[in-house]
Design a protein around this ligand. Structure first.
Ligand SMILES: Cc1cc2nc3c(=O)[nH]c(=O)nc-3n(C[C@H](O)[C@H](O)[C@H](O)COP(=O)(O)OP(=O)(O)OC[C@H]3O[C@@H](n4cnc5c(N)ncnc54)[C@H](O)[C@@H]3O)c2cc1C
Length: 388
């Protein structure tokens, strides 16, 4: 049953935490070994009404803001499931935002209701092998034909494409050379992931094995006009609407991984006795962990600040970028320190911190790298010349 959660922050954290307690360390460790998608967790989140937390009430969602979504995702990530848990549901929160803002009422009903109920899964295909961070250089083409478009091209790193029924796809409808601005001429679709026309090839990767990432080959895929979001040529601008929320959420998720790792490290440090005293009595062990706490706390509040700005309709570009940067750094440092605190056991899978360290690296790379964030801040906050 989809019961929309209510808008109380402590209540959200408590309810999500209760739900996550049903999925313990062994559950996540097992999926990290088998690579199977966390179906039971996903189902439980859908049944609890959480997959629609940011979606319109007219489609069965709860229409809450980034702030509430960030609290929810922080709680999920620090539950022990890390990015295996967070990435399994992350796409539902702001991935469909272009549909919410620019989709027709008919599209919203057709697409969002099954997503919120957990009956359909989707994936987000923007990155291309030959374009990298320069999204305007994508070459996946959508050519106009009667009734729709024919699409050919390649995407990479498309998360959950192995299990998705739908694909949010950014294409070029006008070649870059014919556009007044590089960001013109791109069109966004929400299409059926037709496996006769789309080959999805798994990428073996460093961590988060339970949530797949893929190379995607699109060969002569027909997409009806009814599956285009908004106007032709405006796709890039539509995507921009979801970028800041996505950065804030990734930042908060990384903080959650770091908080979980820190909790595990502190607990181990109080119990492990070497040279006749707990290792946590040594300042060499205490101080780095205390520093991790300080940085995680700062990153948490930066994420909340950015979320508050976004939810109140204010400009939050710099804060959202800073939130993602700080969250990823603080989360990564805490996971790294946790492994070191546990000594040899930090390297053992049964203590879980090595899994968190492998997973938290994602936040430093995706959806945007640290270099690009720093360039954004240099340009937009320090008035320095654009560097790329
Ligand atoms: C686990 C995972 C999941 C992902 N999921 C998705 C997904 O679902 N959908 C999707 O579309 N994408 C996804 N991505 C892709 C991700 O967003 C990209 O990997 C990321 O944006 C970086 O792009 P790139 O890998 O092409 O790096 P590149 O663009 O090749 O950059 C390589 C390095 O060069 C640096 N660099 C490049 N240009 C400059 C410059 N001008 N100045 C300074 N430094 C520069 C970058 O910062 C980076 O460090 C995922 C990636 C990972 C690892």
């Amino acid at each position: 049953m989809n019961t929309p959660p209510d808008n109380d922050h402590t209540g959200i954290a408590d309810a999500v935490s209760r739900l996550c307690r049903g999925f313990g360390d062994d559950y996540w460790l097992n999926l990290d070994t088998t690579g199977e998608f966390p179906r039971e967790f996903y189902r439980a989140m859908a049944d609890g009404g959480w997959l629609g937390i940011t979606m319109p009430e007219s489609c069965g969602g709860s229409a809450m803001g980034v702030t509430e979504a960030a609290i929810m995702m922080n709680t999920v990530a620090k539950s022990g499931g890390g990015f295996s848990a967070a990435s399994a549901i992350h796409i539902n929160l702001f991935g469909p935002h272009p549909i919410v803002v620019f989709g027709t009422e008919e599209q919203q009903q057709r697409w969002l209701i099954p997503l919120i109920k957990g009956e359909q899964q989707t994936c987000f295909a923007v990155t291309e092998p030959d374009a990298g961070l320069n999204t305007t250089a994508i070459t996946t083409r959508a050519d106009k034909v009667e009734g729709g478009y024919r699409v050919n091209g390649r995407k990479i790193w498309t998360t959950t494409a192995q299990v998705a029924h739908k694909i949010m796809l950014l294409t070029r409808t006008t070649p870059l050379a014919d556009c007044a601005k590089p960001s013109d001429g791109m069109t966004l679709f929400y299409a059926d992931l037709d496996r006769d026309k789309i080959e999805v090839r798994l990428i073996e990767k460093m961590g988060r094995k339970a949530v797949d990432s893929n190379a995607v080959f699109i060969d002569d895929l027909f997409i009806p006009e009814a599956d285009r979001i908004g106007e032709e040529g405006e796709g890039f601008r539509y995507l921009l609407h979801s970028l800041n929320p996505e950065r804030i959420l990734i930042g908060m998720e990384a903080v959650g991984l770091g908080q979980d790792a820190l909790r595990r490290a502190a607990s181990y440090a109080s119990e492990r006795v070497v040279f006749d005293r707990p290792i946590g009595q040594n300042q060499g062990i205490q101080h780095p962990l205390a520093e991790n706490w300080i940085y995680l706390e700062s990153a948490y509040h930066m994420c909340m600040k950015a979320a508050e700005l976004y939810d109140s309709g204010q400009d939050c570009g710099a804060q959202a970028n800073a939130a993602k940067f700080l969250g990823a750094r603080a989360g990564h440092d805490a996971c790294n320190q946790a492994v070191l605190t546990l000594g040899g056991m930090g390297y053992a899978k049964e203590f879980h911190v090595e899994r968190l360290l492998r997973e938290v690296m994602i936040a430093r790379i995706a959806p945007v790298t640290e270099q690009l964030i720093l360039s954004y801040i240099a340009e937009n906050k320090l008035g320095l010349p654009k560097s790329y």
